[in-house]
Design a protein around this ligand. Structure first.
Ligand SMILES: Nc1ncnc2c1ncn2[C@@H]1O[C@H](COP(=O)(O)OP(=O)(O)OP(=O)(O)O)[C@@H](O)[C@H]1O
Length: 478
């Protein structure tokens, strides 16, 4: 399903040697590339780029009319997304590096094997397709989703989340994989389901958690096996890839994949095929692949080769990338999530949806939710289970939050800007008394006047805060 070879855009070949232009053209045509344009005078490239959208340019470096290096700059300027491949007679690493620095995407030598030239152009076609698709997607992202029903299982009031919904809608027509990242409990699986719902394919969504699967089990789970593949394999068994046929294959926790399994996944995504265990015949995947991880794949496994995440796989996966923000960065979602989970918990326990004190969302907003939405959901379910009638008590929420050190988002924000020392930018420093008063006022402001919440923010008891506020008022009255 990937590994695109057919293309509808022109490929421009530039070289001052007519015989080379002819033989390169023949080679590419034989390999299935159509729509080739040939140019022996590089100075005309500007006119050509102005006339039509050229996906790929293959150019020589040594030309009498205009040096190839200058051509690279002209092409980059006129058509920034065009994929540039330098086809040079010189096999010099330093020259290749120089061309890449100037904006070329690849460099091959004329005397190299024909397969290498064809493979390079094939990669260039894939790269251009991806660039074009991303441009189309970017241009269609609107504010609100046009099919809100597909997202009805995701409660949110947050603008960034709404923009994720429109991004998902714009991905519907793409067959490229989607990578969903974000901390644990942020709703990655719900987003995978939304992608499936928006695409509305005829097949099912099949979810596989690949964490902890060794390579043998990974292959057997995903690709299935043929009869007699190993002792006990009495019958053929379909793998998850086959089960997801016509639908969506969701691979959860791909950051934990072993090195050999990463190679198999890369092949599946790149060439669209796989081998059932024990079979010599490859099968084709016919499912949209969505992957998720809570790990940062760009830094993962820096310390050890075995645990490292392959760069090529990462780049293949991140064509369409959705990052789920943690709950502490979308606190405007707390009230709507609270209402959603209260209704769910009430239904599950057969109780009436409880009324909660207005301070509850304010209290929750002071907390950093290391377990994200999953943690909020458990808190609410626990509170409703304990609820006996009247207004919902905040006690169980406070208890759950007590287990974690208070979080100081303001201090963190400052420390992010000031290399870990929130005071380094202050000159002169405020006195201890002034700093303390300012902190108290800020906490009261954030807690919307609620002393017990403000005391929690400051990490002191409520009587201690009350005493400080009294002193503050007395000082102001002096
Ligand atoms: N916006 C939301 N609206 C309603 N429920 C949500 C929302 N986001 C998450 N949840 C709920 O929170 C829980 C965690 O969500 P989910 O399993 O999708 O997170 P995740 O990011 O995939 O976590 P993990 O990385 O641990 O697999 C689930 O019960 C899910 O239903």
């Amino acid at each position: 399903m990937t590994g695109v070879l057919t293309h509808d855009f022109p490929i421009l070949l530039i070289d001052d040697e007519p015989s080379w232009l002819r033989s390169l053209g023949l080679l590419l045509e034989r390999a299935g590339f159509t729509n080739l344009r040939k140019l022996s005078d590089g100075r005309k490239v500007r006119d050509i780029l102005a006339d039509e959208e050229i996906g790929i340019v293959l150019l020589d470096l040594m030309m009498p009319d205009i040096p190839g290096e200058e051509l690279i700059s002209v092409i980059r300027e006129e058509s920034p997304d065009t994929v540039i491949v330098v086809v040079s007679g010189m096999n010099q690493v330093s020259l290749a590096v120089q061309c890449m620095k100037m904006g070329a995407n690849d460099y091959i030598v004329k005397t190299g094997a024909e397969e290498r030239i064809v493979a390079t152009v094939r990669n260039a076609v894939n790269l251009w397709e991806l660039k074009r698709e991303n441009r189309a997607i970017r241009s269609t992202i609107s504010k609100a989703p046009s099919n809100p029903e597909a997202f009805s299982h995701i409660a949110t009031a947050n603008r960034y989340m709404i923009s994720i919904f429109s991004y998902i809608e714009s991905l519907a027509s793409s067959r490229q994989p989607v990578l969903i990242t974000g901390e644990s409990g942020t709703g990655k699986e719900l987003v995978a389901r939304a992608i499936h719902r928006v695409c509305n394919p005829p097949g099912p969504m099949v979810a596989v958690n690949v964490a902890g699967l060794d390579d043998t089990i990974f292959s057997d789970t995903l690709f299935g096996h043929v009869r007699g593949a190993f002792t006990g394999a009495d019958a053929r068994r379909a793998g998850m890839v086959e089960k997801a046929s016509g639908g969506t294959l969701f691979l959860d926790e791909i950051g934990d994949l072993s090195a050999p399994s990463q190679v198999k996944l890369l092949r599946l995504l790149q060439d669209g095929d796989y081998y059932p265990v024990g079979s010599d015949h490859s099968e084709k995947i016919n499912a949209r692949v969505v992957c998720s991880t809570h790990q940062d794949l760009t830094i993962k496994g820096k310390e050890s080769k075995e645990r490292r995440f392959r760069k090529d796989l990462f780049y293949r996966l991140q064509t369409h990338h959705i990052h789920m923000p943690p709950l502490r960065e979308r606190k405007d979602d707390i009230p709507v999530l609270l209402d959603t989970f209260l209704a769910m918990a009430a239904e599950e326990t057969g109780k009436k949806i409880p009324v909660y004190p207005p301070e509850l969302p304010v209290l929750l907003a002071t907390y950093h939710f290391p377990g994200n939405i999953r943690e909020l959901k458990s808190m609410v379910f626990d509170a409703v289970a304990r609820h006996g009638g009247g207004t919902l008590s905040m006690a169980s929420f406070k208890e759950a939050m007590e287990g974690h050190a208070p979080h100081h988002p303001a201090a963190q924000a400052v420390s992010r800007q000031t290399d870990g020392n929130p005071f380094s930018g202050l000159d002169p420093l405020p006195t201890l008394a002034d700093a303390s008063s300012l902190l108290v006022m800020e906490a009261m402001d954030r807690a919307e006047g609620n002393q017990s919440i403000a005391a929690r923010i400051l990490g002191i008891s409520q009587p201690a805060l009350s005493k400080r506020m009294k002193q503050l008022r007395e000082k102001q009255d002096e």
